[in-house]
Design a binder for this molecule. Sequence first.
Ligand SMILES: CC(C)(COP(=O)(O)OP(=O)(O)OC[C@H]1O[C@@H](n2cnc3c(N)ncnc32)[C@H](O)[C@@H]1OP(=O)(O)O)[C@@H](O)C(=O)NCCC(=O)NCCS
Length: 180
Amino acid sequence: MKKNKIKETGTLFETNLVKIDWFKESDIKTITDLRNKYRNNFFDNQKLTLKESEKWFEKLNIPKESLLVIRLKTNCIIIGIIGWSNWNFKTKTAEFGRLIIDYKTVLKYYTKKDVRILPNTIIKGIINFGFNQMELDKIYTKSKIDNYKSIAIQKKIGLNGKKGDTIFSFYITKKEWKRK
Ligand SMILES: CC(C)(COP(=O)(O)OP(=O)(O)OC[C@H]1O[C@@H](n2cnc3c(N)ncnc32)[C@H](O)[C@@H]1OP(=O)(O)O)[C@@H](O)C(=O)NCCC(=O)NCCS
């Protein structure tokens, strides 16, 4: 099996406004607060204490799964998270998700007009990272059926979507992505 080449600390990729970094131990409290604030958008919507969250981070199977923080480039403040799970080195597939953008924080520094395309650029950025740096052939994502914003963004980016009873599943192959 070919060993993956991605680094496991520091910045993984950047967009014009943000940089996407591996979490540091000192970020866990901020990440836990964000996750609890937006927990109803996720399949596992249990509220976590800081202790429970720290245990979850201890068990995180890096690099097969990840938790990345989204920081504003101008001041390094955390404005969200993103990540992947189920990275299979053999089939070259992974599931991307865990996206939160906390506009309450973003809008302290930017206007809504400045950051309108923020989710699109971040999702496109991580898909490019997945195909180029992680060398994936296929990327999966899924959203709760009532998460209209998340579904709308993924459709707009051009992922192939399939509506189920409780889940909206998406995927895109490297070949399809290159053609866009
Ligand atoms: C998901 C998230 C990143 C989206 O960012 P956002 O800036 O709030 O999204 P927007 O308000 O631009 O909405 C995205 C799209 O959904 C559309 N939309 C909003 N409400 C909608 C609704 N009820 N039905 C259909 N489309 C809707 C918007 O029109 C927009 O599309 P457009 O750019 O073509 O106009 C952000 O809301 C977030 O972090 N949410 C909490 C966590 C979460 O749900 N994560 C995803 C888990 S899979």
